[in-house]
Design a protein around this ligand. Structure first.
Ligand code: PHE
Length: 361
């Protein structure tokens, strides 16, 4: 897919110029306001998007493409998909006209680059023309054909990205809609049909000339995109609330492994407590682990999150065997009181003695 340089270590503080001015945001754009953006002072702020680094990356990237991943910050509503800090990945790809001896050669290269992209088996709806004079205008410095080809390369690349993220048995459905960003023209958003709704996934477009000029890339054409990573991860892993990404609870992190997509298994938000039950095994009457499980289930039902053998031990002299199980009491709906848990645990212990003749330790 071509050569992309990764930029993953940018500090989150940027200037107002980098975040807004260099990208052509109008003076009165709502994104600039103190109610939307975290300002450090009148000139510096916490980046609201990875696009704040576009100019710097265009200036320094040694390859035709680059990718930025970073935390971004916005003052926003509070709900299960919004958090004041989230993550974006930005990507861009350029073609320098001076690398080609003629316009024809540039066009040939663009066609070849599009052809060489891996194919996907998605169902793609793209009902709009490559650009539209009023709704989604192209830029004057690019020909119709250049605009069309850069757009095609961009759209196919994003489709590949989306197809790799959303791995489904049936072909994935996506659609392209027209969009507006101050630093791209024309611009689009890709939407993915996921669990019976269209989800906005990625904003993108053909980079505007002033941004490229500022980056020292005059006579260059190219595209850029930005995706929200937290939203994607929530969909993929079935994570119901964005706040979970910030929990220190090991029950969250331990569910995920690098390189694997697994579904999140919810656990209780309420605190739990452990009780250990240890006993000597009666030689004449054995107890199967499932017997213990059943006693616990019959006694405390769904208030028990887990029962695990934590210690087993044979006394050298007598040869008697002892076991210790740890019962983790935790409700999915409420906090449990100590008295309540003690009551359940005493009942478990009593049943072990009564039904299995065990000697508790
Ligand atoms: N920065 C835009 C956003 O946060 C996404 C984007 C990136 C759009 C690059 C166009 C080009 O929504």
């Amino acid at each position: 897919m071509g050569n992309y340089t990764f930029f993953n270590d940018f500090e989150p503080f940027v200037t107002k110029y980098e975040n807004f001015d260099a990208l052509g945001f109008p003076e009165d754009h709502p994104g600039r306001s103190k109610s939307d953006t975290y300002y450090l002072n009148s000139d510096s702020l916490l980046r609201t998007h990875t696009s704040a680094h576009e100019v710097e990356c265009f200036q320094t990237s040694k390859t035709a493409g680059y990718l930025i991943s970073a935390d971004v910050y916005r003052r926003d509503e509070i709900d299960k998909t919004h958090y004041p800090v989230f993550h974006q990945m930005e990507g861009a790809r350029i073609w320098k006209k001076s690398d080609f001896s003629s316009q024809e050669e540039l066009i040939n290269q663009l066609e070849k680059d599009i052809e060489s992209l891996p194919k996907t088996n998605m169902i793609v709806e793209d009902p709009n023309p490559p650009f539209h004079e009023e709704r989604n205008p192209k830029q004057d410095h690019m020909t119709d054909r250049e605009t069309d080809l850069v757009a095609q390369h961009l759209k196919r690349t994003i489709e590949i990205l989306v197809s790799q993220v959303f791995q489904t048995d049936e072909p994935l459905r996506v659609r392209w809609v027209e969009a507006y960003f101050p630093w791209t023209a024309p611009s689009w958003e890709i939407e993915v049909w996921w669990e019976n709704e269209w989800l906005e996934c990625c904003g993108c477009g053909v980079v505007r000339k002033p941004v490229l000029d500022t980056s020292g890339l005059d006579d260059t054409i190219g595209w850029a995109f930005g995706v929200g990573l937290d939203r994607l991860a929530m969909l993929l892993f079935g994570i119901p609330d964005i706040r979970l990404f910030w929990t220190l609870d090991p029950r969250f992190k331990s569910q995920f492994m690098e390189g694997q997509i697994s579904k999140f298994k919810p656990y209780s938000k309420y605190p739990g407590t452990m009780r250990d039950v240890s006993y000597w095994i009666n030689e004449d009457r054995s107890i199967h682990e499932n017997d213990l499980m059943e006693i616990v289930r019959n006694t405390a039902g769904d208030l028990v999150e887990s029962v695990k053998l934590i210690d087993e031990f044979v006394q050298p002299k007598t040869g008697r065997k002892s076991q210790c199980y740890r019962i983790h009491y935790q409700s999915m709906e409420r906090s449990l009181t100590n008295e309540e848990i003690n009551r359940y645990n005493d009942e478990v212990r009593d049943t072990l003695v009564k039904d299995f003749g065990l000697e508790l330790r």
